[in-house]
Design a protein around this ligand. Structure first.
Ligand code: G3H
Ligand code: 13P
Ligand code: ZN
Length: 332
């Protein structure tokens, strides 16, 4: 058993309490490799922003669970070496799909886990989430549950259509499971294609304009559970400059579309205190790598294309922290 406390990590309890009070959200950035982790930590350390490092089941399989854990441990030391005296870094399992996976992460240094029972019948979701909470809380590990289904296709997360969270269920779910935060569905979705062109309108330049999120559902949830930490998954904005660059340099991402930053700014000021972003980092990385590959065909040193990709991701993370989520200087 490795306790996250020995690794210098923190759980989400205090982070979320402060975020709700302060009207901002904590960024939850997924990582799969060293360059993403370096960029996340550099951005968070320089901005003194609390940060959640998210690891999916797919990321664990890709990078190796042991290596990822030691990378997160290294991240705390790296943050300190950058002058961040008291790093507020949480290591979180994203979309845990079984009790066994959650337990394994808790036993190996994670400070927070998500158990995603959102695809299960309600009572099964309650029972599974409760079981994970009972185990996690013995070790002061926080647990995120989910109610409502997000649309979108990812390696480990897929659904053809969404179902908004039913606000009538949230009190019962939070009380019976004892979860520490709740992911809800209000129209966000995973990946770079969050809406079909048919669901959107087009602006004067022909760009897709997505339909608004269901803030009425968020309001109803907050009314039922005042002050309870709410989480938004699928919150990449799919910056069109990255999509354009990828397409310009040989990629093919037609009609990729995300959540407008303005809507995320609004959500961050509410009880939404964790906002999940993965796809935007993938786009930043892909755009930078494609550009080097296309414009400097003689390069074959990975540092020459992964370096610019890392710089671009750091810029992206800082932008999210400073201009969207409002978490800069909240972990001094
Ligand atoms: O919500 C899912 C995250 O974007 C992780 O995706 O399962 O492809 O690692 P992944
Ligand atoms: P995006 O695909 O919008 O980045 O969402 C990531 C996410 O929700 C991770 O759990
Ligand atoms: Zn997610």
């Amino acid at each position: 058993m490795v306790s996250y406390k020995e690794l210098g990590l923190v759980n989400t309890r205090e982070m979320f309490a402060k975020a709700i009070k302060g009207g901002y959200a904590v960024p939850a950035f997924n990582f799969n490799n060293m360059e993403q982790l370096q960029a996340i930590i550099k951005a968070a350390a320089e901005d003194r922003s609390p940060v959640i490092l998210q690891v999916s089941k797919g990321a664990r399989n890709y990078a190796n669970p042991i290596l990822l854990r030691y990378m997160a441990q290294g991240a705390v030391e790296y943050a300190k070496s950058l002058g961040w005296e008291h790093p507020q870094i949480c290591l979180h399992l994203d979309h845990g799909d079984s009790y066994e996976l959650c337990k394994d992460c808790i036993d190996h240094g994670f400070s927070s886990v998500m158990i995603d029972g959102s695809h299960l019948p309600y009572e099964e979701n309650v029972a599974l989430t409760k079981k994970v909470v009972e185990y996690a809380h013995q070790f002061d590990v926080t647990v995120e549950g989910e109610l409502g289904v997000l649309a979108g296709v990812e390696d480990e997360v897929s659904s053809d259509h969404h179902t908004y969270t039913d606000p009538e269920e949230v009190i019962d779910f939070a009380t019976r499971t004892g979860c520490d935060s709740l992911a809800i569905s209000i129209g966000t979705s995973h990946g770079a294609y969050k809406f079909t062109p048919e669901q959107c309108t087009r602006n004067a330049e022909g760009r897709l304009v997505p339909p608004p999120l269901a803030f009425n559902v968020l309001d109803a949830v907050m009314e039922k559970l005042p002050g309870f930490p709410i989480v938004l998954h699928g919150s990449s904005s799919v910056p069109q400059e990255y999509v354009d660059e990828i397409n310009e340099y040989g990629g093919k991402l037609p009609d990729a579309i995300g959540i407008p930053e303005e809507e995320l700014r609004k959500a961050a000021k509410s009880a939404v205190c964790k906002i999940n972003i993965d796809s935007d980092s993938r786009l930043a990385m892909t755009a930078a790598v494609r550009k080097v590959m296309a414009t400097k065909p003689a390069e074959f040193d990975p540092r020459k294309y992964l370096g610019p990709a890392r710089d671009e991701m750091e810029k992206l993370y800082k932008h999210k922290i400073e201009a969207v989520l409002g978490s800069k200087d909240k972990a001094l």
